[in-house]
Design a protein around this ligand. Sequence first.
Ligand SMILES: [Zn+2]
Length: 472
Amino acid sequence: MADCARTGMEAGKNGRERFLVPPQTPLCSLGALTAGVFGILSRKVSTLGVRKESSWRIGADAGFDCRDDGGLFVLKGAILVSNAMWLYPNVDMHRTEKQAKLHRFLEEHEVEKVIAHFRADAVFDGKPLDRHWIDVLENLDAKGWEVHGMINTLSSIPDSFRSDGYRDLYTVDIHGVSCFDEPIAGRRQFLDPNHPQVQDYVCRSTAAILQKVPFLRGIQLDFIRYYYGHSRIHMDTKQMWHNLRLAKGQEPVVFGRPGEGTVTYYPVRETIVTHDPPVGGPMEFVHDYRYCFCPRCTQSFAREHDLTLPTGDKTDIGQWILAHAEDAWYDFRERTLAALIRAIRQSIQDVDSTHQLSITHWYNAPYGNELLGQPLEDESERIRFGQAWWKWANEGLIDFLCPMNYWLQPDSFLDVLKTQKARLHHSVPQYAGLLTSRDYAISEAELPRYKEAAAEAGFRGLCFFHYGTWNR
Ligand SMILES: [Zn+2]
């Protein structure tokens, strides 16, 4: 019955699952399970024949209905509570003591799925996998953890794409700036999901990872989104003195450091109090990171919707689309990503039909809920990032989801999770991404509140994120 935890899940009413337990399960064990209404029972469940790390949560509507069903008892309403963790390679993690530490972390935190980072770009370019990294993951698989490969889908750039002949593969923002020429923050680049060569790259590299590492259960797509950011600078030029002549005139300004790249900011407001003497006022510059307004995307969008785009510079075209066909434009981007996901799913299941596909998704305010006072905005995932993840999951393209619900307090974390859970028409496991960082740490004492929030919202569990969470 070792596979009970994986094979026993079935969609149930109210978004809950039925969980099959072996007929030899002592009744006292079932009684103990049912006693935990709205509690989390973290127990050694070897008597139930499932992984000892498993926890159970019994909802108030569980009904405690145990009956014989084809040789197995069915405990209605029981939810297996387990967590996931993103894992990144680190130079010494193959050492025995480090692996023991990793295993302890996974056991103590009831982690079921380990989502391990792979470089799709390196695989695509034919570079060998790190043997130490594969050994670490193989060891996890041998000990019963479910290991998935994860890639930075659209931000993983093969070296072979870095020459000028490939610039069409890169996304272009609403100012007409390609991230090929001006990487975001001087270093981030995103490929265009609407380009056939990008689609081919992602499909080939995901299949290749699964062929090279056959124990992986599937692929998780991180960065399966358009980049979004509204970057704004306010300047006080009151005492800029004679240098004011360099700031005025509605010209863009360029920020950057030698060797680290530059970004261009576009003026939206300029105030000159007096020219002689030179006394300035507030100035404001923006860079809107909204994608993808490359000619291929805007023209195929216009064709699909029978629109005539203005002839003008690239900025005019982008602004015209948002002013005249904004919602259709968001749909176009969502469909573009959905088509890519569909192709990837086909590609990985061609390798093995049991391979799973999962994604991470973002929303407007993981940075902002607490720190900037911005709650989750309705459909911000679709509008800003092109991620209509609920449509993809409801269509059956996604086997489980890891929303990145970062920098939140437990109460607002729960609110976001409830909204995300309500979007699904059927039960697709969700693992709530939880970030701990140096500036926004979560203590071991606070962690149970996040776990309880995940359970209360009907999530399968948490997904721990920090490059070295386990290694502290
Ligand atoms: Zn494009």
